[in-house]
Write a protein that binds this ligand. Structure first.
Ligand code: ATP
Length: 302
């Protein structure tokens, strides 16, 4: 018999995951995100956000005792109520076929939860009567997909950036709806995103990931303290003056800049007495040096 889920908290205990090719996906992650929290996972490309979300969703096997979602192991117990919306869900072929939105929403429980269906249709501005899925824009298709994924009431929602196609207004409406969900019922959200528009004031918690680990995490107001004290600076990044960014935006830019400096350039080439060598700078191979450059199309010894 599967255990009875408790309140929707998300916890990891010194969680480390190694891919089948022996590279490290995430390492030594300990988090405790309370029920009704809205957590943003922040980190550069390759920091480990998707890997962590997939582990939380029970889609990858974590070492026993390292994850508890609503008090149970999501892989072993296949917890009801956990919704994971990520790339594989977005790529589902059905949403490109000649099918009407009404039929599609019915197929995922629209008639069982009519109030939620109507609310999502309104928030996401979906034309149920006229849209056919083979003839809608990318953003329109994404809105229908979001409605499909969210109609059934979830207790833990794991979102891997899937709002990229939404226009700014629709995304703001959608984020507001997610926020209300955590305010009116017992549910929890973990959201990995690079897009910080309209997110100021949204997250209750921030998790900063770097090279598969969590560098820092905690309630947003604690994490923002450092930036709250500062005067807005005119920092220039990529030749553009960064005036006007939200405090959250400034904090994240600083984190990513520090992370990049700490990691160093990818695949740095170094020329030694025996020719070019290649310094691997990934999670699994940080700082390891090999002679890959000699046979790999990298610059050759002159
Ligand atoms: N199936 C896999 N096998 C081996 N390594 C993988 C696999 N999937 C991802 N990785 C590696 O694990 C690391 C973390 O990847 P992950 O997709 O979790 O990053 P991310 O933070 O979600 O990045 P992004 O912001 O680009 O989506 C990367 O270095 C990636 O190359």
């Amino acid at each position: 018999m599967s255990p009875t889920p408790t309140s929707p908290s998300v916890e990891t205990f010194d969680l480390t995951y190694t891919f089948p090719d022996h590279s490290t996906g995430v390492q030594n992650i300990s988090l405790s995100l309370p029920p009704r929290s809205r957590t943003l996972l922040i980190g550069a490309n390759g920091a480990g956000k998707t890997t962590l979300l997939r582990l939380l969703a029970g889609k990858r096997l974590a070492p026993s005792g390292t994850i508890r979602v609503s008090g149970v192991d999501p892989f072993a117990d296949g917890l009801e109520g956990v919704t994971y919306l990520g790339l594989e869900w977005v790529l589902n072929a059905i949403v490109r076929t000649d099918i009407g939105v009404d039929e599609l929403l019915r197929s995922v429980g629209g008639d069982v939860y009519p109030d939620r269906r109507d609310e999502l249709v309104q928030v996401l501005d979906i034309d149920v009567a006229n849209w056919r899925m083979h003839a809608v824009s990318d953003g329109e298709r994404r809105r229908v997909q979001l409605a499909m994924g969210l109609i059934r009431p979830w207790t833990v929602l794991l979102l891997d950036e899937i709002t990229v196609d939404l226009d700014v207004w629709s995304r703001a409406q959608f984020l507001g709806w997610l926020r209300r969900e955590t305010e009116i019922r017992e549910c929890t959200i973990v959201y990995a995103t690079h897009i910080l528009d309209n997110l100021a004031g949204w997250p209750t918690h921030l998790v900063h990931m770097h090279l598969g680990g969590v560098k820092e995490w905690g309630p947003t107001e604690v994490m923002m303290k450092e930036i709250d004290k500062e005067k807005e600076e005119d920092e220039t990044i990529g030749g553009v003056k960064q005036k006007g960014n939200s405090k959250l935006g400034r904090l994240v830019l600083r984190w990513l800049k520090d992370d990049l400096q700490a990691r160093g350039p990818r695949g740095e080439h170094r020329r030694g007495p025996e020719g070019w060598s290649y310094i691997q700078r990934g999670i699994g191979g940080y700082g390891l040096e090999s002679k890959a450059g000699q046979n790999s199309g990298l610059p050759k010894k002159e």
